[in-house]
Design a protein around this ligand. Structure first.
Ligand code: GRF
Length: 213
């Protein structure tokens, strides 16, 4: 295992936990939170992973927070920085420092529904298919090159909570897969900023929602 990652969280850390349980082909050097009471910190510790807190409240502005955060991250010398429910908007300087090495998971089929309250907005619009996306982070919020997506049907009695649960289940499947590809050098970014998967047969099945009779 010659690659290592640092995972950034802000809360419950279920995606982080899915990564820790996935026997990734890399070392998880640390889990860092911007909140001292993030539940995910206890989960990381129970897996024997070093943790750190860099509180945004200790900093007067984003640049100062991001500089402190980068200092702690760099102390662990990770190959990749993995955002897993990290609820801070990062400065352009921070994002560019980790160009091609900063990954995020977002609970929608990007580029639809960037930002917050994705499940509520999808339900409000009456879409029949929703999902989640793992992507490289660029300064353009929720718009970086897409690595993998999972689609789920939206059901007629869905609430934001039931839909979130169905999407989260898929998040826990696609995030470990994306990190595995990255750590095995199977992902390439082409000149157009699109993700190419090396040595992968492309197969796929249509998801039709509601299903055909
Ligand atoms: C997930 O839905 C993730 O897609 C989004 O924030 C949520 C974090 O959940 N970025 P958890 O902390 O991983 O449980």
């Amino acid at each position: 295992m010659n690659k290592s990652i640092v995972i950034l969280i802000s809360g419950r850390g279920s995606n982080m936990e899915a990564l820790l349980k996935s026997r990734l082909p890399c070392r998880v050097a640390a889990v860092i939170s911007n909140k001292a009471d993030a539940e995910g910190l206890n989960i990381a510790q129970s897996h024997g992973i070093p943790t750190a807190v860099v509180s945004h409240r200790d900093h007067p502005d984003r640049v100062s927070f991001d500089t402190a955060l980068a200092g702690v991250i760099d102390g662990f010398r990770p190959d990749f920085v993995i955002l897993a429910g990290f609820m801070r908007i990062l400065t352009e300087g921070f994002v560019n420092r980790y160009k091609g090495r900063l990954i995020n998971i977002h609970p929608s089929l990007l580029p639809a529904y960037g930002g917050l309250d994705t499940h509520e907005r999808a339900l409000h619009d009456g879409v029949k298919i929703h999902g989640c996306t793992v992507h490289f982070v660029t300064p353009d919020l929720d718009h970086g090159p897409i690595i993998i997506q999972a689609a789920v049907p939206v059901l007629c009695h869905d609430t934001p909570q039931t839909l979130a649960k169905r999407v989260l289940h898929e998040e826990h499947r696609i995030y470990p897969q994306a990190i595995r590809w990255l750590c095995r050098n199977q992902i390439e970014l082409n000149e157009d900023g699109r993700v190419i998967l090396r040595h992968r047969k492309q197969v796929g099945h249509a998801l039709i929602s509601p299903s055909l009779e």
